[in-house]
Design a protein around this ligand. Structure first.
Ligand SMILES: [Zn+2]
Length: 452
């Protein structure tokens, strides 16, 4: 299958970071084969199926470094009881009730809602962290089926935790191991796996040991030498540090390092409450960090020292923690939150936001997937979006970050292409029946809310 995209204003991002004003992209299978002016590519590939971008902005698909497909049914839900006064209460009153209320069909539709949302807003690669304590065994297969149906690319894991007893923790370990083996066996370019852990706060020494033992000897993502990576929330709220100091006389990152959880294939999510020693450990171990400013603001947990981490050379990528899969929104939030929080308008410049959203998320995705993402380049996955955005001022690769922050929105996305396949054409989804998914989800949500 070949596809020639013509007449786009191409912003390549990546190393080249170039604007091709009347640009074309030639795609074979799931990969970009050539990029150049429309006139020359149209002459070179006369037989390729054509897709005319009509002068729209063409960008690589957005990337999400950390999300929770299981959280979709929380939208619009009234949380019973008095409002939560801190982060642990938010976990106890909302998320730890919601995940227990999910049965098999809920897991599937919760994922489909998020995947449809991702296609609609041009997000083509997502790193998910799943929990459904009453439907564990096989849950990652259910989500993987939904990912394949949607046509997107995702890395999945199951969050191991002690909050559902020893049996629940063991079931989570088994599910990670099973799915990691499946991904290593199948080498599906759209699916990958990591070893999910909830947070240090809900994991005993015994369970951490069991996870590391289970991960040892498993084939790592992409077959590199660095072993299976973990995907864990780190010091999201201050309670994570307080518990760690009280129970283990160690800070969270120190404790994770002691057990061998950290490393270049591990994703440390949030990292809000770290001291400088812990930030140094993240650098030394090459651990990846993801930042979710909308979630941090919503939970009132504070913000991580992104500038300090980046300055050390830590890769900090951008996730959404289950907020909408409109990554342009997350970029805006990152840009604003750090300025407001620090009282310094120089904090979190637009190009740094862009670096987290594209280049650094691409590094994260590179731990899981074979070919590059987050850029339009020869050899990269053909993950491409069109945006119907008419800039009121000059637009060039240098000022694109500020157009994204102050002008572009996910609602401008008209076409989403992933792995060379058109998943949304003129704002109509081609792989998923969005109306049917939402109708069924509304039915299922009644049951989920009742169980909560
Ligand atoms: Zn999360």
């Amino acid at each position: 299958m070949s596809l020639l995209i013509t007449h786009g204003q191409l912003f390549t991002l990546g190393q080249r970071n170039e604007l091709i004003p009347d640009g074309a992209i030639y795609v074979e299978g799931d990969t970009i084969v050539e990029i150049g002016p429309t006139a020359s590519l149209a002459a070179k590939y006369p037989r390729a199926g054509r897709l005319d971008a009509g002068g729209q902005i063409v960008l690589p698909g957005s990337l999400c470094g950390h999300t929770h497909f299981y959280g979709a049914f929380a939208r619009g839900m009234a949380i019973p009881g008095a409002p939560a006064t801190n982060f642990v209460e938010i976990l106890e009153r909302l998320w730890w009730k919601l995940d227990r209320a999910l049965f098999w069909e809920d897991v599937r539709y919760s994922a489909l809602i998020c995947l449809a949302d991702a296609i609609r807003h041009g997000t083509t690669t997502l790193i998910d962290h799943h929990a459904s304590p009453n439907a564990i065994d096989g849950s990652l297969d259910v989500i993987a089926d939904a990912v394949k149906e949607a046509g997107l690319r995702a890395s999945l894991c199951y969050e191991v935790t002690d909050r559902n007893g020893e049996e629940g923790a063991q079931a989570g370990i088994t599910e990670n191991v099973r799915f990691l083996k499946r991904c290593a066996r199948e080498r599906d370019p759209q699916l990958a796996a990591s070893f999910g852990l909830h947070a240090a706060l809900t994991l005993s020494d015994k369970t951490l040991e069991a996870c590391v033992a289970a991960a040892a000897g498993l084939p790592p993502a992409r077959g590199d030498e660095r072993g299976v990576g973990f995907h864990i929330h780190v010091a999201e709220g201050i309670a994570d540090q307080n518990e760690s100091l009280r129970k283990y006389n160690m800070r969270v990152v120190e404790r994770l390092q002691k057990f061998g959880i950290l490393g270049p294939n591990t994703l440390a999510v949030h990292c809000v409450h770290l001291d400088s020693y812990e930030k140094d450990i993240l650098r030394e171990t090459g651990t990846l960090v993801t930042h979710q400013p909308r979630s941090n603001m919503n939970n009132a947990v504070g913000l991580p020292d992104v500038a300090g981490l980046l300055k050390r050379g830590v890769t900090v990528a951008l996730g959404n923690d289950g907020f909408s899969n409109n990554m342009f929104e997350e970029m805006k939030a990152a840009y604003l939150a750090h300025k407001h929080n620090s009282g310094d308008p120089r904090a979190m410049p637009g190009d740094v936001v862009m670096q987290m959203a594209y280049a650094n998320n691409a590094i994260v995705a590179g731990r899981f997937f074979e070919k590059p993402v987050g850029e339009l380049s020869v050899g990269a996955y053909a993950d491409i979006i069109f945006l119907d955005y008419a800039p009121p001022t000059p637009l060039n690769p240098g000022n694109l970050p500020w157009h994204i922050i102050f002008g572009v929105d996910g609602a401008h996305v008209t076409h989403t292409i992933a792995s060379g396949k058109v998943l949304m054409k003129d704002r109509r989804l081609t792989t998923l029946d969005e109306a049917a998914i939402m109708a069924k989800a509304r039915e299922l949500a009644v049951g989920v809310w009742k169980r909560i």
